[in-house]
Design a binder for this molecule. Structure first.
Ligand SMILES: Cc1cc2nc3c(=O)[nH]c(=O)nc-3n(C[C@H](O)[C@H](O)[C@H](O)COP(=O)(O)OP(=O)(O)OC[C@H]3O[C@@H](n4cnc5c(N)ncnc54)[C@H](O)[C@@H]3O)c2cc1C
Ligand code: SF4
Length: 523
């Protein structure tokens, strides 16, 4: 059953065995896996449900509808825009569908330095199930658009490791609108895979319902309190409560810690809200004056990469990934440097422009704090400080990115800073050493917030154990991007889904299957 909050007219009181908060990568996988094993499951999703017919391909409609804070969720200094989907299916509805498993070196690092015990074979089985559910396949060479083909070809010529991604698209028409929802049901996010399967297996999925507080009742049962929301404003219409034997938090790395803190469950967990990684990405923009039209808005937005590994990197944190990208036109215009006439000129040459995102894996150096408003709204404060060591690695990656584009014949290469004039040839590469990382003038994006409920064996340094259980609470779990001990050093959907598949199976081994009789409306 899928119930949209707008169809509800009166306060709600529900019972279930397992309540899952959040319907994105983590929540959707847990919901389906448990429901198919016979567990009574209720999913609470704060955002609305949208289907192919709703995806209008208009940025001014889709960014507010599908994203947290209309895709303008900034760090406290304004330097990084932290993008998160907030709708039925979470970030899987708006992501670019690149499917990359957790690198083996990262897993080894988590085990060695954070005492996280994740069996490789068990994880591989989970990864395989996730790939099958999402129908993951390799993007055919013929479906690379000119913008991505350029990264692949010029990257290989300058000695970078290159390739095209695996993706979870089937029947893709190359419309280029992945970031604002696929109107053709070709991108197989959780909204089209795990969530309908969970509903078919008996789970009840509620949209427009925001979980706000977890109460521990006598006997250990949990009560999740929250509000049924008005979709357009997200203001509270009336309250709901769900009584459950078990709760699984999957509200994403920014909002899961908020639920624990607001519920007074942060005591004794000093790592809660800390160790945030953002993997900030710096847009790279190249202009061509040789008459070619790249038209980067056509085709699959992000399909090829050029990467460099750092031989000294112990766990994948070295090196960089450069990935072709189409960031949606208005969104791109807001990121690009320049003002007034200069900006207009830049946009008038947009068809002859190539663009990529430079991803340099980071070490955890951020945190999330909150203002809790009356009416149930939570306003996060994301703090993130870029370490010097990371800045040096970023500049090394910027240099290689600029070399790649000059090799491809670009007349100029720039980055999203108003204080950094475009490079006009390889002889100017040294200027990158003085690239200004200045809030207000330089703009990064992050599509990968992680780590705010780090996994580990010790409650003094982590929030959940290797089975995703919150330390000290036997029936409360976190299964989303927040459990990553450090950055996954790559795209995060498959890593999270893989961990979620494993976590749900562990829950079942622990005796999670509860009788369907326990589900009923009312108390
Ligand atoms: C623009 C973009 C592009 C990306 N591209 C890729 C890519 O190509 N490949 C890849 O692997 N990864 C990509 N990612 C990252 C990946 O999609 C996310 O890391 C992943 O989906 C996060 O999973 P999650 O379960 O932590 O949270 P999400 O998938 O973000 O889901 C969390 C859900 O919880 C809901 N929620 C939050 N608070 C509450 C509450 N209090 N009550 C009820 N519900 C709540 C939110 O509304 C949201 O729907 C991209 C992300 C973005 C934003
Ligand atoms: S590029 Fe493909 S997957 Fe993306 S929105 Fe268009 S048809 Fe859908």
């Amino acid at each position: 059953v899928i119930v949209e909050g707008r169809s509800l007219e009166a306060p709600l009181r529900l019972r279930t065995h397992t309540v899952v908060v959040g319907s994105g990568s983590g929540g959707a996988v847990v919901a389906r896996t448990l429901a198919e094993a016979g567990t009574d499951v209720i999913v609470l999703e704060e955002g609305g449900r949208f289907t192919a017919a709703d995806f209008s391909q208009r940025e001014e409609e889709m960014f507010p509808a599908l994203y947290r804070s209309a895709a303008q969720q900034l760090t406290d200094d304004g330097l990084v825009n932290v993008l998160q989907g907030s709708c039925f299916g979470g970030s899987t509805v708006v992501n670019t569908a690149d499917c990359v498993p957790i690198p083996a070196a990262v897993l080894a690092h988590w085990s060695r330095h954070f005492g996280v015990s994740l069996d490789e074979e068990e994880l591989e089985a989970s990864r395989a199930r996730v790939f099958a559910a999402l129908r993951v396949n390799r993007i055919p060479r013929g479906q690379l658009n000119a913008n991505n083909a350029l990264v692949l070809e010029a990257g290989a010529r300058i000695g970078l490791a290159t390739g095209s991604f695996d993706h979870n698209r089937v029947g893709c028409l190359g419309s280029g609108y992945c970031l604002i929802g696929c109107a053709y049901d070709a991108k197989l996010g959780a909204n089209l895979t795990y969530l309908p399967a969970a509903a078919a297996a008996g789970a009840q999925l509620y949209t427009d319902l925001r979980a706000e507080r977890i109460e521990r009742r006598v006997g250990g049962r949990l009560a999740i309190h929250g509000s049924v929301l008005a979709r357009a404003t997200r203001s509270a219409r009336f309250p709901f409560v769900v009584l459950a034997e078990r709760a699984v938090l999957a509200a994403g790395a920014v909002h899961t810690p908020a639920l624990l803190l607001r519920s007074g469950l942060g005591r004794g967990l000093p790592a809660l809200g800390r160790n945030l990684s953002l993997q900030p990405q710096l847009p790279v923009v190249a202009g061509f004056d040789d008459g070619r039209r790249i038209e980067l808005w056509r085709g699959i937005p992000q399909s090829a990469f050029a990467s460099a590994a750092d031989d000294d990197a112990e766990h994948g944190l070295g090196g960089f990934h450069l990935e072709g990208i189409n960031g949606a036109l208005a969104n791109a215009a807001a990121l690009l440097p320049g003002f007034g006439h200069a900006h207009k000129q830049r946009m008038s040459r947009f068809a002859a422009q190539a663009s990529a995102l430079l991803l340099v894996p980071d070490r955890p150096s951020g945190s999330v704090g909150y203002a809790f408003r009356a009416g149930g709204e939570t306003v996060p404060r994301i703090r993130y400080r870029m370490q010097r060591e990371w800045q040096a690695r970023l500049r090394a990656g910027m240099r290689r990115a600029a070399e790649l584009y000059f090799e491809a014949g670009a007349a100029r290469v720039g980055f999203t800073s108003d204080l950094f004039p475009d490079l006009e040839g390889p002889d100017q590469l040294d200027r990158i050493e003085r690239f200004p990382i200045v809030p207000g003038a330089t703009r990064f994006i992050s599509a990968h917030p992680q780590g705010s409920c780090r996994m580990g064996p010790d409650a003094r340094a982590s929030v959940v154990d290797s089975d995703h259980r919150v330390h000290g609470l036997s029936n409360l779990y976190v299964v989303d991007a927040s459990v990553m001990p450090t950055s996954a050093a790559t795209h995060t959907m498959i890593p999270i889904m893989t961990l979620a598949d494993r976590a749900a199976r562990r829950m079942l081994e622990g005796g999670g299957a509860a009788g369907r009789a326990s589900r009923r409306r009312g108390d």
